[in-house]
Design a protein around this ligand. Structure first.
Ligand SMILES: [Zn+2]
Ligand SMILES: [Zn+2]
Length: 87
């Protein structure tokens, strides 16, 4: 009886950005801003769901929901939610 609720949890559909987020490459130099400091790609945009990007690229994602990846290993993701609301 107790197992029923847990099984239901596995049937929840993941949000559409989850797989692209997990597959993106983080902590590599940004191809556009490689010459700058702080050009490590540790941001991911939930609205664009494409590739990881750096803090300079963040300007292209105004009013998007952006996650900052603090660190990642093959098994764990440490995320900080940074829903940017620049106007
Ligand atoms: Zn960049
Ligand atoms: Zn975006």
């Amino acid at each position: 009886m107790m197992m029923r609720a847990e099984e239901d949890n596995y049937n929840l559909n993941p949000p559409p950005w989850l797989i692209p987020m997990l597959r993106a490459n983080y902590f590599i130099p940004c191809s556009i801003h490689a010459a700058s400091n702080k050009s490590e790609c540790n941001m991911f945009c939930l609205d664009c769901s494409s590739e990881a990007f750096c803090s300079y690229c963040l300007l292209n994602h105004r009013n998007h929901r952006v996650l900052q990846v603090l660190s990642s290993t093959s098994n764990h993701f440490f995320l900080s939610y940074q829903f940017t609301q620049q106007s």
